[in-house]
Write a protein that binds this ligand. Structure first.
Ligand SMILES: *Cc1c(COP(=O)(O)O)cnc(C)c1O
Length: 248
């Protein structure tokens, strides 16, 4: 009994995937290297379930409490296919235990302090706790490429300086970099995303043992620019869940 909302989400999903496919092709990339993450932070359980039925399998939340409420709701619906969650957005130290082991990827490691705190909590939980952790937590390093004062994350300079400390932390596994672009300016967004890719290439040269393959960038208004610049994870909220959001 697919309702109208679920059908609208499914149609929108096809449009988004076609846009990603076309942008990837223009850039000489394969769309298989791009993961579409549906940011469900503004919607409730019913909309989340509709999105799963519409075909989404990868979600992100920005509040540990909402993440856990949705995981609990999903546990009561074993008929739905399994899905994964990532954590995006500011992570407070006292919420770290509520997310480690429950999310595939924490996108928002924005300081060395936070990285150390996540690593030490993971080590404490190895082999015990709920859920018990069997290995390091996968994370991305958030970089403030555009330099806007309102954005969190490492400055490129700060990350260069702290990289050796970060790569030595045994409780986290760094998988790549994440950024957010200035709003409402597609050219600036493109430059920001290209800057993220260039920084990744530079750091990968310096630390060849690190796997920095993931670039998390691109939101509802700029995901095609992100794909053009090498994004491997686009984080889409409004364009996924609001059928009235204009897909430009
Ligand atoms: C809310 C949010 C998104 C999704 O934004 P939309 O513009 O709705 O696509 C992506 N990334 C982060 C970090 C967010 O907080």
């Amino acid at each position: 009994m697919a309702d109208a909302y679920e059908m609208a989400l499914a149609r929108r999903r096809e449009e988004i995937l076609a846009r990603i496919e076309a942008a990837a092709e223009r850039a000489g990339r394969s769309s298989e290297d791009i993961r579409l993450v549906a940011v469900s932070k503004t919607v409730g359980e019913e909309e989340l379930f509709a999105a799963i039925r519409a075909g989404y399998r990868s979600f992100a939340e920005n509040r540990p409490q909402m993440l856990n409420a949705k995981l609990a709701a999903l546990a009561e619906h074993p008929e739905l296919p399994p899905v994964d969650f990532d954590l995006i957005g500011n992570l407070q130290k006292n919420k770290i235990n509520a997310v480690i082991g429950r999310v595939g990827l924490i996108h928002s490691i924005s300081s060395s302090h936070l990285a150390q705190a996540v690593s030490s909590r993971v080590l404490k939980r190895q082999g015990e706790g709920t859920p018990p952790l069997s290995g390091p937590q996968d994370v991305l390093i958030e970089v403030n490429v555009s330099g806007e004062a309102t954005k969190s994350g490492f400055s490129p300079e700060g990350l260069r300086a702290d990289l050796d400390g970060l790569r030595a932390l045994p409780g986290i596994r760094i998988r790549g970099l994440m950024t957010m672009a200035p709003r409402g300016d597609r050219a600036a967004a493109r430059r920001t995303f290209e800057g993220l890719g260039a920084l990744r290439d530079e750091l990968a040269d310096r630390a060849p043992e690190l796997d920095l393959s993931e670039l998390s960038c691109g939101m509802s208004e700029d995901f095609e620019e992100a794909v053009a610049a090498g994004s491997t994870i686009v984080r889409l909220g409004r364009v996924v869940f609001d059928p009235s959001f204009a897909l430009r």
